[in-house]
Design a protein. Sequence first.
Length: 532
Amino acid sequence: MSSSESELEKPKGIRWWPAFFIVGLIAVPAWMGYLYFVRAEDRTYQLFVVNAAVMLTTVLLLVWWLLFSRARWWQRLFLPAILVGAAIGTLRFDGFTGEMVPMVSLKWEAAQGALGAGLTPAASSTNSEAVNLSGYVVTDTDWPGYRGSGRDGIVKNVQFDDSWLTPTELWRIPVGEGWSSFAAVESYVWTQEQHDAEERVICREATTGATIWSHADNARFEEFLGGPGPRATPTYHDGKLYCLGGTGILNCFQAASGEVLWTKDILKEAGASNIEWGMAGSPLVYGETVIVAPGGTNGQSVIAFNLIDGEMKWAKGEARASYAAPQVFKIQGVDQLLVHQGNGLTAFAPADGSELWFHGWSSAQKINVAQPLVYDESAVFLSVGYGRGSILLDVAKTEGQWSAEERWRSMRLKSKFNPFVQDGNYVYGLDEAYLVCLDLDTGLRTWKGPKFGYGQLLRIGNVLLIQAESGELAFVHADPSGFKEIGRFQAIEGKTWNHPVVANGRLFVRNGKQAACFQLMDEPGGTVVPAI
């Protein structure tokens, strides 16, 4: 055999340069794009760039390895199989953070905040011990629904005390998945949870966590990024409870007993399809109606049902739904129903649904989550994530016609799914996970604080209660002059997107795995003398 023939039979070795070329080809523009969005302070698109670059690089490297690497065929097949098998055998996928970063852990490690991890379900209670809600009038110390009685995240007539930094834990129990928060009235708390194929509304005793009643619908909403479970929060009104599930089931219950009074499928009523992350807008009670926003193009994107029997009172609008809840504000002395739908913000007359005005402020993905805010009864503040930012609209009525004109816009507060709170002339919110303070008169940012992840916040007097995405609770001065943290404690474990609640002297927190309650005040509802 000649030397040239021997050389042809020798393996040529793995061709590595295409792999380095692929990595370099993608890494350079990806890094430039990442730096661009760093300068623009847009965390969402930073992660879009990184995720896209990682996925494209992985696919191209796999193609190179299988077809063009010149490795032996057994190596080309064996190595990917080993890597995939090792990943499946050792890693557990725990969903995504609010930044859309995959959460991965080792399978033999306990899942953070896992259902049942060291927790004991609360015992069942009986209705004989429950408070009769017939004729009960909601007070400022109650929390009757999503973000409180005003849907503004403000705890009324209470001041922070430094004893809150080490509160007494009353109970901690496992719960079903979902991003619903609590309604809390008197000695009751209500929330919604996913239990396998059942979507449940559960009423618990506030001081013990014991289940008073539970109602199950054969329904399950689930999607890849947010996971399974209902998104909306129950709404309490006049002895009744109104609950909207992730698939569009709207139930009316006797709040104390759980008796079902009526049920509607709002998507069927509207002739609409569900949206990507499910029905999330908590029902709004106004006058003799309960208002929901199923979306759709059949003239019924917003519907008002009769409180007593569920009959449709009116239906208006033609727009894709989004995720913000309906809300009524008084603007220029007139009640206006604001619904931030997929195409922008629409103001309706809440009595009959007639459209008053519209402004097309929306993200490109039509994902609008944070509640509108009315400033001085004449201006509306909106904030949207995904690179859109904030805007202040001046609303006026001229010659019988309503209009909304832009005063300013800002990229300094981009609220992804994290509503903000107002204090005087300033608004505080999470701008792509960082706490910021914005001047409502000018749109200028007065300061930018540390990163809390995609959590939620309330205002208690002159203090912000910030629930970080990690389940940690921090207390920060609502002070436009600068960020001043008072203290913090770990309230709950695991990814926490649910809104915290302060009601009747107690703090309620939950996520998709566990819930906890803390005693904040000895006299529920009493005003605490500030110690700061």
